[in-house]
Ligand binder design. Structure first.
Ligand code: SF4
Length: 326
């Protein structure tokens, strides 16, 4: 009999898209040390484990969103104190992008709190994408749902990545969002793929979901016809005024497990430590890097929630002997 901890990492094999719930559940159930060892081994097969990709995220249009994502400070349906703002000017966005580049970021992500972009707004975002590309940075935007033509237009502007998360398992989804369906999300991801834009797609843990929901979320992500090039795994930031503002905090070790299972099931994707780092100990973040996380958001704010100060991030990467990926 082969014990789980004796199994060789199967990282040399091409990524699989047929992960079953049983297999993913079995990964989550491994002893912590075996799981992290397996994830670290897979990570090393595909990436230099000393490199971390650094992205900066800017909210180009904050608040007033008509959607009802239960975790979000920007929904107009909840009293969170976030005011609705207009779309930022191109020049202000480019100034932020230049500062991010000077701070070491190689990818500049722009987020707008929309259900989906209106035509005139999309034109403006396309100009932002072109401007940021001209600075020599990779571009990513998250604008809500896209149809086929909108995705094509963004591709035409040179967009590299589109972020659209599945958030959670298909079964738990309706407890979190009612204004758009899981199918809507998959359709947007299809349009993005068809346009030839890379996909950034992950989820959030700590929303009161069960372990089985985490299994379902990972299976949904790892079953996409092409794995997302970036997989952000977020730890819920409890925002006062939202339905999830009082959620119990997730055990940090369960968060590390989710990172590890994402790494094993999507071996060639960048697994990103996203929201929630502000409330994570440096030791937990270090464990996430060991378990295969190799991307972070960097900068004082993640859309509207705080993110660790840049200096603290750099000191942590230094202490861990990690460096920014080119
Ligand atoms: S997560 Fe995005 S779509 Fe949902 S409420 Fe917030 S800004 Fe709107």
């Amino acid at each position: 009999m082969t014990l789980a901890h004796e199994m060789p990492p199967d990282a040399a094999l091409p990524p699989r898209h047929d992960w079953t719930r049983e297999e993913v559940r079995a990964l989550f159930s491994l002893p912590f040390t075996d799981l992290v060892f397996q994830a670290a081994s897979v990570h090393r097969e595909h990436f230099d484990p000393a490199e971390v990709q650094i992205s900066t995220l800017l909210s180009i249009k904050t608040g007033g969103c008509p959607e009802d994502c239960g975790y979000c400070s920007q929904s107009a349906k909840f009293e969170t104190g976030v005011k609705a703002e207009k779309l930022m000017d191109l020049e202000m966005v480019l100034a932020e992008a230049r500062a991010a580049k000077a701070g070491g970021a190689s990818r500049f992500c722009m987020g707008a709190a929309w259900r989906s972009p209106k035509e005139r707004d999309l034109e403006k975002v396309c100009a932002m994408v072109e401007g940021v590309k001209a600075l020599g940075m990779e571009t990513c935007v998250t604008l809500g749902m896209l149809d086929h033509a909108q995705a094509q237009k963004l591709k035409g502007a040179g967009l590299d990545y589109y972020n659209h998360n599945l958030d959670t398992s298909p079964e738990y989804y309706e407890r979190i969002i009612t204004t758009r369906t899981y199918r809507d999300r998959l359709d947007t991801l299809d349009h993005v793929r068809e346009a030839g834009i890379h996909v950034c797609c992950g989820g959030i843990v700590g929303m009161g979901e069960s372990l089985e929901d985490r299994v379902g979320m990972i299976v949904a992500l790892a079953s996409l016809p092409v794995h997302p090039e970036s997989v952000p795994i977020n730890m819920l930031m409890q925002v006062e005024g939202t339905p999830l503002g009082e959620s119990a905090k997730i055990d940090p070790l369960d968060f590390v497990r989710t990172i590890a299972v994402a790494r094993i099931t999507m071996p060639t994707s960048m697994v990103r430590l996203s929201a929630g780092r502000e409330h994570m100990s440096e030791e937990t973040q270090a464990l996430c890097f060991v378990a295969g996380a190799n991307s972070i958001f960097y900068g004082p704010k993640l859309l509207t929630t705080p993110n660790p100060a840049r200096d603290r991030d750099m000191r942590l990467l230094d202490r861990l002997g990690l460096r920014a990926m080119e």
